[in-house]
Ligand binder design. Structure first.
Ligand SMILES: NC(=O)c1ccc[n+]([C@@H]2O[C@H](COP(=O)([O-])OP(=O)(O)OC[C@H]3O[C@@H](n4cnc5c(N)ncnc54)[C@H](O)[C@@H]3O)[C@@H](O)[C@H]2O)c1
Length: 224
């Protein structure tokens, strides 16, 4: 096996802890340090996984041992933190999305390209065998022209209201997984005929009408 890539991770909330646990299990990665501005979060994960921990992102940026950073911080911080990392020559894996607006997204991508480092965004469905197989079948014309794409997502539990407030809203945060790349066969981007939330069979259902503003919010509490 080749040498292990040395990474640091920032943001140890819901998703960051999962990434950290996966990274320490990977034979090709050495997780050098984890950081979270909440000391208890950083300490708990650092001690659990037996890696260095701190409360400052600067500690990742200034560490010459660290080749790349994994950003699992709130969405509003991604673009700035990408800029800081690529500015000191570090590769970046950033959870989705880079930003809620086009301009900072484009700037972050441009900064990574200029710095000559890799920037990957956490669109994990690109690597999901079922999604890849479905996309291949559509591309091969097995399903004819695709006019409607219907996606059904389930989380174990709803995110906190604080999280939703900073994520761009439930619709933007979640449906980005469906919309992040052009649909195959030249089909138009998704149209969602419904509106808002409905209870069906005891579950919470959300539909996204066309033209919904990206920052629209729409989660009702206690509904799953
Ligand atoms: N790909 C997916 O399926 C998926 C799923 C869930 C979340 N996400 C994305 O992951 C990101 C994080 O989501 P989450 O649910 O883990 O959020 P979260 O709020 O649970 O966790 C964010 C963590 O970042 C920490 N933090 C805030 N500012 C920081 C800073 N400057 N430096 C270091 N740490 C800092 C917070 O203290 C918190 O622990 C979001 O952008 C979200 O869109 C992606």
């Amino acid at each position: 096996m080749g040498r292990r890539v040395r990474l640091g991770l920032a943001g140890l909330g819901r998703m960051g802890r999962l990434h950290a646990e996966n990274l320490v299990r990977s034979p090709s990665i050495e997780l050098v340090r984890v950081v979270d501005t909440v000391e208890e979060a950083a300490r708990a994960t650092g001690e659990q996984l037996e890696v260095e921990w701190s409360t400052s992102y600067e500690d990742l940026l200034q560490d010459p041992e660290i080749e790349g950073v994994v950003l699992v911080t709130p969405t509003a911080l991604h673009a700035q933190m990408i800029g800081q990392a690529v500015g000191v020559g570090k590769h970046v894996f950033c959870e989705k999305p880079i930003a809620l607006e086009l301009e900072p997204t484009a700037r972050a991508i441009e900064a990574a390209a200029t710095a000559g480092v890799k920037l990957q965004v956490g669109f994990h469905r690109r690597f999901d065998p079922d999604w890849a197989a479905a996309a291949a079948r559509i591309r091969a014309g097995e399903l004819g022209d695709v006019h409607l794409f219907r996606s059904s997502l389930r989380d174990k539990r709803p995110p906190s209201i604080d999280y939703i407030a900073g994520s761009g809203g439930f619709f933007a945060d979640v449906t980005i997984h469906d919309a992040h790349r052009p649909p195959p066969s030249g089909a138009q981007p998704m149209a969602h005929p419904g509106r808002g939330f409905r209870r069906l069979g005891g579950r919470l259902h959300a539909t996204v009408p066309p033209g919904l503003p990206p920052r629209a919010r729409g989660v009702r509490r206690g509904d799953t």
